[in-house]
Design a protein around this ligand. Structure first.
Ligand code: HEC
Length: 475
């Protein structure tokens, strides 16, 4: 026995183990001793464990992934079909990402419900909100790395959102795309974000978050009629925790470790049985015959795009989401004291229900709506255009065939992703139209490798003359 203890003591002593676990060695609120268990507090550990799992599977994926536009899609196929356990690892990374998003949302809701963001834990909440955004950033950037249609479209939505932000929008959009349009640089920059910049930021912030949790102690469950008063709170908390003498380590941490283990077990089993997310078609934006579908956690935003009332796009797509994100960030600064119990905060609970309800409703709407606005439009016909000119009609066919019509309306037919092109000839000359079409800009894909010179000519001719056609020609 002594033989065994000595090396353990040696390691403990030389590593400073006692000091290492010191932060855990404090008294925790005594929910269990009063007969109530403290299962409300387990979600943070679930997140931590799934994050560690993401890092592990992410490293395995990164060793086989090639972040270049020519090879990215094939390398994901290679991982899925050729690498040993590659499909399970991919599935773990994908299901783990979803699990993390879900757990982060639940954790945030729990903290909101128990109002644990109030004094003195304001920065616990603020660092947590930033972590929430970083988690979404990881999920979004990860999608693009598949470099299939779904991922590429999602990033176009992100750029579209960013581009509408007042003043700085264009710069943000250019930053997101690493240029004027989706290209190879978008992929390499997103790769750097996904494997270096965002994870490092997350590790640092998780460190701060955990430090703050141990520094302030876990919040006690709220009691109605016992508001937070900054003058007396700390002392009362100390006394309360002292009285019950329940050390966090090792008693308090038990349920949390159990839950963390459970989360990992569920992710691994689901990955094993369900397999990875199907790869969508490779990202040829002009070949939209398969319906691209974004990953579920961003579907709500797409739903906003498809139901937004005409004329209020900015409000719905930019100001409301942005306002909500800012509100979350500063919440503890505007509501840092007072009642914590849900029964004394009816408006907070109402607000939470509305937001959660909207999220679910929009997700359902978004999952049903087609991702690209106008999929099922037909090319404009001779009767609609009021012309028999062969070249114009050919141009209308190319406009439809090459996917322009999915995004652009002409005489009321087509999608509203991009600007209406009926009167484009009043805004730009033929040269400019050709340049736009070939080079793309913002959410307008570049067509230079896709269209033949003849097709560009047909499109330009069609677009310069179309204003005079249609209803006007029929008059
Ligand atoms: C994925 C959706 C999408 C597709 C497909 C698409 N466009 Fe666009 N297009 C846009 C968007 C978005 C803009 C606005 C870009 C900006 O100014 O930021 C745009 C802008 C333009 C403009 C400039 C219009 C103006 O008023 O500024 C022209 C011309 C144009 N597109 C032509 C075409 C043609 C021709 C095709 C087919 C070969 C096409 N587009 C396919 C989304 C698309």
């Amino acid at each position: 026995m002594n033989q065994l203890r000595r090396p353990i003591e040696f390691v403990k002593d030389r590593l400073g183990f006692e000091t290492l676990i010191k932060p855990l060695d404090h008294n925790a609120p005594p929910e269990t001793t009063e007969g109530k268990s403290q299962w409300a507090y387990i979600f943070g550990f679930g997140i931590l464990f799934s994050f560690l799992l993401q890092i592990t599977t992410g490293i395995v994926l990164a060793t086989n992934y090639v972040p270049s536009p020519e090879s990215a899609y094939q390398s994901v196929e290679f991982i899925t079909y050729e690498v040993r356990f590659g499909d399970t690892i991919r599935a773990m990374h994908w299901i783990g990402a979803s699990a993390m998003v879900i757990l982060v949302l639940i954790h945030a809701m729990r903290v909101f419900l128990t109002a644990s963001y109030k004094y003195p834990r304001e920065f616990n909440w603020i660092s947590g909100v930033v972590l929430l955004y970083l988690t979404f950033g990881m999920a979004l950037s990860g999608q693009l790395l598949r470099w299939d249609q779904d991922g590429v479209w999602t990033v176009m939505v992100a750029a579209n959102f960013a581009g509408r932000v007042p003043f700085v929008g264009e710069h943000i959009a250019q930053f997101v795309l690493a240029g004027e349009t989706v290209s190879g640089s978008t992929l390499t920059q997103t790769y750097a974000l996904h494997v270096f910049i965002l994870p490092i930021a997350m590790v640092l912030l998780i460190g701060l978050h955990l430090f703050l949790v141990t520094y302030h102690g876990i919040s006690e469950l709220p009691k109605a009629g016992k508001p937070v008063n900054p003058e007396t709170y700390r002392q009362e908390y100390e006394e309360y925790v002292e009285k019950h003498q329940r050390p966090y380590w090792p008693q308090g941490i038990w349920n949390e470790l159990f839950f963390g283990g459970l989360v990992v077990t569920i992710i691994v089993s689901l990955a094993f049985f369900l397999g990875p997310r199907d790869l969508a078609a490779s990202p040829d934006l002009t070949d939209l015959d398969s319906q691209p579908q974004p990953d579920w956690f961003i579907v709500w935003y797409y739903a906003l795009i498809s139901i937004k009332p005409q004329g209020y796009e900015e409000v719905f797509l930019v100001y409301l989401p942005l306002g909500f994100f800012l509100f979350l960030l500063i919440l503890p600064l505007i509501a840092g004291k007072g009642e914590r119990h849900p029964s004394k905060r009816p408006f907070a609970i109402l607000g939470l229900s509305v937001v959660a309800g909207l999220f679910i409703m929009l997700t359902v709407v978004g999952l049903r709506a087609p991702w690209v606005p106008a999929y099922d439009t037909e090319p404009l016909q001779a009767e609609q255009l009021g012309t028999q000119d062969e070249r114009i009609l050919e141009g209308a066919r190319v406009f439809h065939e090459r996917g322009c019509q999915y995004c652009h309306q002409v005489h009321g037919v087509g999608g509203d992703w991009g600007p209406d092109l009926t009167e484009v000839s009043t805004r730009m000359g033929p040269e400019q139209i050709a340049v736009r079409t070939v080079q793309g800009i913002g959410n307008m894909p570049a067509y230079q490798d896709i269209l033949t010179t003849e097709e560009v000519d047909l499109l330009v001719e069609f677009l310069t003359e179309v204003d005079e056609l249609g209803p006007r020609a029929r008059e």
